[in-house]
Each structure stands twice: as structure tokens, then as C-alpha cells.
Design a protein around this ligand. Structure first.
Ligand code: ADP
Ligand code: MG
Length: 319
């Protein structure tokens, strides 16, 4: 006999809460922010065939569904509090539910982000998470705060998730160990939650890279009304990425997508603060360019020579 709706909620998605006043089980969850703090709220939906392959292990899918949401909190500098999960699935598959819940709740525990409610329905596999975080009133990192003269930085490395996707698509081939590294980046991104919080009061703007560096940086430039010069040879790349042909390295780092790294700006005088924030968070941060008053984005190589920008970024309704 397969589980009913309420049995499966009870078995897989009901846990005691510490931070919230009330979790799963009533019509609403209840929680309050700490004094002097404001809420940061974000939703992300994952649709089978669009955001993930049907072959992905359920545990990794659970991890990624929450990771992409935590990444948005990180980009605003918020501390996670809790999340809700709206889940549609074609049938009750306990092997799927067990793995999915395990991956999801392990990452939730790591970030002390409680599952406080949701909705469960039959339908095509579709996951929507809404996360709640908090930060001191007025201290959110926004896309709109960048200033001409600020340095631009990126966390971690870029492009590996896209390289993994190309291996899955059959357009790229790498050895087994390299594939595992790339695949880990694609399926188990680590949201930069600690870094985002340590950048409050240092970074002037921030965004998380989900649709590709060029596209997401473009959002900062437009909202802040600044331009930028990006040093393509300074983009942080993994050891595996560095073994790929140079043209692919450029394409994947600039326009790959699914990176979930933070890109942010900070005044030139705060380089030491940025370095301290990065080492405190245990995350590598690289300087990748500079903002200026000339609108648009210019790409240059290590010698300062212009590089053509023929790359697009991901748009759900244009690709
Ligand atoms: P209602 O009909 O009042 O919207 P439901 O019967 O859908 O409530 O859900 C019962 C309880 O279970 C609620 O507290 C809801 O937040 C929670 N819930 C439902 N689905 C999930 C899920 N996938 N994960 C976590 N909590 C869930
Ligand atoms: Mg409901």
C-alpha cells in the first residue's frame, strides 16, 4: 500500500522546530525575526527536464533544491531561518522521497534552516522552495549599490557545472575522475551563506551567479548604472577547468550558469576586509575586474587587449 498525502508529510517532512514557534502541522507556520532584524525572502522552482535531469540521484536533487534557494539568501547577506517546500510528484515513490528528504534536510541542518511547512500534490515532478532569512535592518547586499571605481570579485570557481552539463550532453569528454569533480559542482553546489553574511558592510553590491557570469553581472551594472571591465584570464577556474581548451574555459566561465558563486563589488580600499571576510568564511575570493562610469561591459585578457563578447546568458523564455 502506498502512503497517503498526510502520511508522507508526517514520515518525510515533519520535524521538530527550534527557531520557529510553530512548524509543520497547522494551517500556518509561525516565527518572528530577532529585534532589529528584517526578513529576506526568496523562492526558486525546479522543474524536471528544465532544471535537472531525471537521472539525478534523489539525495543530490534534495540538496540542490535547497542550495539554490540558500544561494539567494547568501547574495543578500542574510542568515537562513527556515523554508517551505511545495512538492508535486507523479506518484508516491518512497525510494525517491527517502533520498530527497535526506539530501534536503542534511543541507538544512548544516545551515540551521528549518523546514516549517509546504504543500504536497500529485502532478509532474516539480519542486518549489521558499526560504526565509534575516539580516540587520537596512544592511542587505543589493544589486543596486555598486559604485564606479569599485573592484569586482567572484567566489569559488566558475564554469564547472556547465562543463558537467556538456559531458552529459555528449559534446565534451573528460576522464572519470574529472567528470566526478565537474558533476559534483553541478549536482551539489555549496551556497556561500557564510561569505554573504561576512560581506555585509564591505560589499557595495552582490548577486549569485545562476544564469552565467555575464548575464548576472549585467543585472548589477544596470541596477547600479555603472559599467565594468572584466579580466577574463583572472576568472577563477578549477584544476579540471584548466585542462579544457582555452575557448571552452572562456565560454564556460563567462556564460556557463548554475555556478551559485557570489559576484560582488567593493571599494578598492577594502581589499584587506574582503580577504578577511573570505578567509573567515573559508571560501576563496578572486578579484576579476573593476567598475567604471562607461556604460556596458568590456572584456580584456591578461595583457589588457580587448576580447570579443559573443556570449549570451540563460533566459527561460529565449532558449
Ligand atoms: P492546508 O490544506 O491547510 O494547506 P495541508 O493539508 O496541505 O494544509 O498541509 C498540512 C501541513 O503539512 C501544513 O502544516 C503544511 O505546511 C505541511 N506540509 C504539506 N506539505 C509539506 C511538505 N512537502 N513539506 C513540509 N510541510 C508540508
Ligand atoms: Mg495545502
Amino acid at each position: 500500500m502506498s502512503l497517503g498525502e498526510f502520511d508522507l508529510i508526517a514520515k518525510y517532512f515533519t520535524r521538530s522546530v527550534k527557531r520557529a514557534a510553530l512548524g509543520v502541522g497547522d494551517d500556518c507556520a509561525l516565527f518572528a525575526t530577532s529585534p532589529g532584524m528584517q526578513l529576506a525572502v526568496s523562492s526558486d522552482m525546479l522543474v524536471e527536464g528544465r532544471h535537472f535531469l531525471s537521472t539525478v540521484a534523489p539525495e543530490r536533487l534534495g540538496h540542490k533544491a535547497l542550495a539554490v534557494n540558500l544561494s539567494d539568501l547568501a547574495a543578500c547577506g542574510a542568515r537562513p531561518i527556515g523554508f517551505t517546500l511545495a512538492l508535486a510528484m507523479p506518484r508516491v515513490d518512497e525510494r525517491f522521497l527517502e533520498g530527497f528528504a535526506r539530501g534536503l534536510l542534511a543541507l538544512a541542518d548544516e545551515h540551521e534552516c528549518e523546514l516549517i511547512g509546504g504543500d504536497t500534490t500529485q502532478g509532474p515532478l516539480n519542486l518549489c522552495i521558499t526560504v526565509f532569512g534575516e539580516l540587520p535592518v537596512g544592511q542587505a547586499l543589493l544589486r543596486s549599490g555598486a559604485q564606479p571605481g569599485d573592484d569586482l570579485y567572484a567566489s569559488g570557481t566558475l564554469g564547472d557545472a556547465r562543463a558537467a552539463l556538456e559531458v552529459f550532453r555528449g559534446t565534451l569528454s573528460v576522464d572519470g575522475a574529472a567528470f566526478e569533480t565537474l558533476r559534483h559542482a553541478m549536482e551539489q553546489p555549496q551556497p556561500r551563506v557564510a561569505l554573504g553574511q561576512s560581506l555585509r558592510g564591505i560589499a557595495t553590491s552582490a548577486i549569485d551567479v545562476s544564469d552565467g557570469l555575464l548575464g548576472d553581472l549585467g543585472h548589477i551594472l544596470r541596477r547600479s548604472r555603472v559599467g565594468a571591465t572584466l579580466e577574463v584570464d583572472a576568472l577563477p577556474r578549477s584544476a579540471v577547468m584548466r585542462t579544457l581548451p582555452a575557448a571552452l574555459q572562456r565560454e564556460f566561465t563567462l556564460a556557463g550558469g548554475d555556478d551559485y558563486e557570489l559576484v560582488f563589488s567593493a571599494p578598492p580600499g577594502s581589499a584587506a576586509d574582503v580577504a578577511r571576510a573570505a578567509s573567515g568564511a573559508g571560501v576563496q575570493v578572486s578579484r576579476i575586474g573593476r567598475l567604471d562610469t562607461e556604460p556596458g561591459l568590456r572584456l580584456v585578457d591578461a595583457n589588457g587587449a580587448a576580447v570579443a563578447n559573443g556570449f549570451g546568458s540563460f533566459d527561460h523564455f529565449k532558449s
